[in-house]
Design a protein around this ligand. Sequence first.
Ligand SMILES: [Zn+2]
Length: 242
Amino acid sequence: MTDLKFAPIACAFLMVCCAPVSPSGGSGKLDYWGNRPGPQGFGTVIIDAGHGGHDSGAVSRHTGQREKDLTLDLAKRLQSELGSSFRTVMVRTDDRFVDLDDRVTFANRYPDAILVSLHFNSGAPGTRGPETYYWRVDSHGLAVRCHSAMKSLASDSSSRKMVRRRLRLTRNPEIPCLLLEGGYLSNSAESRTISSSEYRQKLARNIASAIRAQAASGDNGTGPKPPFIKSPPSRPTDAADS
Ligand SMILES: [Zn+2]
């Protein structure tokens, strides 16, 4: 999760559709604050490959891999793993920059959808493990499922947890939304794990399973919901962002 440059660059969004829209969306009436139960029966998954273009995101000094390439790779694998179960919409399918606010605007065109933003992390050399960022109450259950799905692949007893943080991609969309960090590129061992296409395929498979479980069961079995926190939208001027 590295800082983005916020230059307003016009972008063209790419869409890839694999299945018809389900008419039976379970997200319910839009709630500006996202204070509602998690989605069930949704028909569309918006897959956001983090970074792109001049914004490379994190770069592994161990493998030389760039976050923007890995997120796009993972996004395509996730789309493939979701198959025809959902309509999938890709925010980007090539190496281009998309402003965070434009990603939010794009996501808001799909009221019967969830948004999953894919990233890889950077931090202290010893830090490792997947992380899941969410903010809204309606995104908690999906966050629990996706975090558990990613952690089950961790090669050690990683202590990374779900993080409730108000980011532009966790607070501002009008649909349930998550930001997933698939591990630390700054950690030597984990960076090498992430460089394996087999690992990225497993990561995509597990995230797809979590999304399917949420669509089938909603928040059932994901534990108590967090308290509602009224907050303004996250802005580029906020200190932390994805
Ligand atoms: Zn990132």
